[in-house]
Structure formats: C-alpha cells, structure tokens
Design a protein around this ligand. Structure first.
Ligand code: KIV
Ligand code: ZN
Length: 514
C-alpha cells in the first residue's frame, strides 16, 4: 500500500451531470488545464458516447492535457468502450473507466440482469478496455448498497480480467463513515487478488457525508479519491476535492498520507468552475467560500492578530487566496494583458483573439479602474462566447426605472444575423428585459433560476449573472458579466438561449439499459 492518495477529479463528468452545469468544449478545456496546473492525477473528462459534443470535448482534452491522466467513462458496453477509446487516443496517459451496477435493486429493476450476467458483462468490458489501454478502472455502481459477498466475487473477476483500479461508489450517498470504511477494509481483506489493484472511492453527498466517507475509506486502505471542485455533482454533489485534499494535508498527523496537489491552485480553479457553471459558492463553504478565512467577531480578530493559529488551522494563501491584487488598469498595454492571462493559464491562440480580448479589456478598464484576475476570467468567458457562431447576439439595451412608474426595457438583438428590436414592461427592470428578449426570441423556455454575484469587491465590480432555462427536458445555464447588472442579465439570458439552441440530446450514463 502506498503513502500517496491519487486525486481523481470528475468535475467534467459527474460534476457536469448536475442539472444546468453543462459546459461548452472551450469551458471544459479551460477547467481541464486548470486541473492539470493543480496537478490532479486523473481528470475524468466526460462520457464520450453521450453525444458528439461530449466526444469532441473529451478528445480535445486528450489532445491538450499531458501531465494528468485523461479518463473517459463507459458503461460496460462494447460501443461505449470503443467510443471512449477513440476519444482518449491522443492522450499520452489515458484511462478507460467502465462500470455496471451491482446492488440488488439496480441489477433487478434497472438492468434486468442476474448477478451472473453482471459478472460476465463486467469481465467482458474490462477485457475489451484492456485492448485499448493498460489503465482500466472498474466501478460496481451502487456498491454502497450492494451485498459484500457479491462485490467480492465481482471485484475478483474484474481484477483477473485486467482492471488496475477498483472504484467503490456510494452512488446514492447512503453510507455513514464507519460503515463505508469497514466496507473498504472488508473488500481489501477478502478479495484474494486485491493487492493487484488500487482501491478507490466515489462518494455522493446526499447526507452531507461524502467527504467524511471518503476519508474513512482512506483510513481503511483506499488510495484514490474521486471528487469534484466545489463538490459539484449529481443531486447533492460529490465529495469536494478541496475539502478532501486539505483534510489530508492539514491532518497529516492523522492520515500520514500525501497527495500531489498544488493547493495554491484550489481557489482559482474553484472560482473558474463557479463562473463557468454559474453555480455560486456559498460564503461559508469550507476552503473556498468567501468567509472561509474571514474573522468577523472581535474576539477572533484579536486572537488572529496576536497569533494566527489561535483560530486558523490553514493559511489562506496556501489554498490560493490572494489579496486579489490589482494586476491591470487602463494604462496597461496589450503585452501586460497577454502575460497576465498566460499566468492564469489562458492561452491566446491568435493575434485577432488577443485584439478582441484587449478591446474588451480597454472597455472594462474605462468603466472600472482596477482590473482583477477574476475580471479577466469573466472577460475571457465573454470573448469565447462571442467568438462562437451563435443565433442570438446582444447589441444594445435601454432600461427606464423610476419610483412609482412601471419599469420598461428595450433591447436590440441580432437573430441569425438580422437586427431586431423589442420592448416590454415588467415588475422590475430585469423582468422587463427578459420579457423584451422573449418577445422576439419566442423560445418558450421556462426560467428556473436567476442570480447575480459580484466578480470582485466594490460597487464598481462587474456583476456576474446566471440564467437557468429549461425546455423539453433540457436544462442550461447562461452567464453574463458587465459592470451594469441589467446588461449582464440580458447577456446571461441570451447566452442561455444560445446554449438551448446548441444543446443536443445526450445519454445519461446512469440511466437506461446496459
Ligand atoms: O455515482 C456513481 O456511481 C458514478 C459511477 C458512474 C462511478 O458516478
Ligand atoms: Zn457519481
């Protein structure tokens, strides 16, 4: 057993399964590069067979990431495994992660398969995957509610077939820590060829226990933890990467284990994921929440000033909190913008792309004297969106909002290249703006969520808005940023409309037949 815990990030796969968290290929690439900078060992880039878009994203990540292993998910099905292998082919280090459900309820009700058939299908899948790569991971889905005797039999068979990583998912977040830890211990002790594989865990947070369950599993021999940035993931999410990593690091006295992670990349990556998905980070979220290192009460402040360790068990700068230092202003030149973006891991591919970003930067710097790293990230998202062929484009808007009067909004949009104008009244300026857009777009989508967050501190901050729309079972998030929150809201609504246009039907890995 090693003294290192492998960190397997599934933000781009399980994280993206959160309703509304779907990301574009460019957004996924940006997150993958940030994960690579953080020195994540394995990046689960997606479920390639889900749709052509998912395939392209995994392939693009496989072509780009060189330091981390790139992984693709595949059900225990020939077509899934072949598709995953094809998408992963360009990656210097690649892994196929195949799975099939093993709990009585999943085998009977979801798959309609007998336990023998599940073993047979799992073994065939692992053998097929081994034909494409030596690095194969197998998961018995819903292991947390599976019978240990059956799990032992299944795991032994897939290790014999060539699986080098055995991942034990608590798919529905049902376990409690001591029970889950005991399950891992039992499996490692009872499976005769357990020494030929690394045991991994993948915990969901339905009872708020995902991190605790993962850590108990580590105490009992698991040497890979599957987790996501900000705990994003199906339903209540997955174990949060930042909490797992910092618990292992801060309590090394208890665990006596290391990870490869460069923790200073945690906060920038967390912010990037939040801004791309539009899922805000709650202020009291451990490690990455705005209040995680803020000392509000007088007593605490006094203690921290006298000796930081009176109330702080970690240092903010160790997880990447900076003073959000001013990097650029309106006198900064093109080279300074390019260099700062490169420091943030954003590669500018052409002179035209740099010109476009620089023009937007100048606009922003005119409105807002101090341009921070987070502003730059928001600006890159905006530029990427604008560079994509899109049906709807924001051109201009006007809002009238006076005490005692009904707010009114006017919008000029380009739809398929043709300019259109519209206006509407609403209960507030944002409501009026969304109605004005709908008057010309006629999307018929339902608004599920609208939120505004400031990108940086201060009233001159850009407002970063998220609009979540749903239509015909598809859910998308659109984002917009501007120092004027009404314009940011209009841009977010338009971005969501464009994502609805672009969204394709995709298969969900854990639903349907296998
Ligand atoms: O939660 C789960 O069981 C999964 C598997 C596909 C590993 O995400
Ligand atoms: Zn999962």
């Amino acid at each position: 057993m090693t003294d290192r815990v492998i960190i397997f990030d599934t933000t781009l796969r399980d994280g993206e399964q959160s309703p509304g968290a779907s990301m574009t290929k460019e957004e996924k690439l940006r997150i993958a590069k940030s994960l690579e900078r953080m020195k994540v060992d394995v990046i689960e880039a997606g479920f390639p067979i889900a749709s052509p878009g998912d395939f392209d994203s995994v392939k693009a990540i496989a072509e780009t990431v060189t330091e981390s292993t790139v992984c693709g998910l595949a059900r225990a099905k020939k077509a899934d495994i072949e598709r995953a292998a094809e998408a992963l082919a360009p990656a210097p280090q690649r892994r196929i992660h195949t799975f099939i459900a093993s709990s009585p309820i999943h085998m009977e009700k979801k798959l309609g398969l007998t336990p023998d058939e599940v073993v047979e299908q799992a073994v065939a899948a692992v053998k097929l995957a081994r034909g494409f790569t030596d690095n194969v991971e197998f998961s018995p889905e819903d292991a947390g509610r599976s019978e240990p005797d059956f799990l032992c039999r299944l795991i032994e068979a897939v290790i014999d077939a060539g699986a080098g990583t055995i991942n034990i998912p608590d798919t529905v977040g049902y376990n409690v820590p001591w029970q889950f830890g005991a399950l891992i211990k039992q499996l490692i002790e009872r499976v005769p060829n357990a020494d030929k594989a690394i045991f991994s865990v993948h915990c969901h947070n339905d009872l708020g226990l995902a991190v605790a369950n993962s850590l108990d599993a580590v105490m009992n021999g698991a040497r890979q933890v599957e987790c996501t940035i900000n705990g994003l993931g199906e339903r209540a999410g997955n174990a949060s990467l930042e909490e797992v990593v910092m618990a292992l690091r801060t309590r090394r006295d208890v665990f006596n284990l290391d990870t490869n992670i460069d923790a200073t990349q945690i906060v920038p990556t967390s912010r990037l994921v939040s801004s791309v998905t539009g899922f805000p980070i709650q202020p009291n979220k451990a490690i990455v929440g705005a209040n995680a290192f803020a000392h509000e009460s007088g007593i605490h402040q006094d203690g921290v000033i006298k000796n930081r360790e009176t109330y702080e068990i970690m240092r903010a700068q160790d997880v990447g909190w900076s003073d959000n230092k001013i990097v650029l202003g309106k006198h900064s030149g093109r080279a300074a913008v390019k260099t700062r973006l490169e420091d943030l891991g954003v590669e500018i591919e052409s002179q035209e792309a740099l010109n476009e970003i620089f023009a937007r930067f100048k606009d922003l710097a005119d409105k807002k004297h101090e341009v921070f790293d987070d502003d730059l990230q928001a600006l890159v998202s905006e530029t990427e969106a604008a560079a994509t062929e899109e049906k709807y484009r924001y051109i201009a808007s006007r809002v009238v909002s006076e005490t005692g009067e009904t707010p009114k909004a006017e919008i000029t949009l380009s739809i398929d290249g043709a300019e259109q104008q519209s206006s509407a009244d609403g209960s507030g300026p944002v409501d009026a703006m969304f109605k004005a857009i709908e008057n010309v777009a006629n999307s018929g989508a339902s608004l599920l969520l609208y939120s505004v967050n400031n990108v940086t501190d201060g009233t001159d901050s850009q407002g970063e808005t998220t609009v979540r729309l749903s239509k015909d079972g598809r859910v998308v998030n659109g984002n917009g940023a501007d120092t004027d929150v009404i314009i940011a809201s209009a841009k977010a609504y338009i971005s969501a409309l464009n994502k609805l246009e672009a969204s394709m039907p995709r298969e969900h890995p854990q639903r349907g037949d296998v």
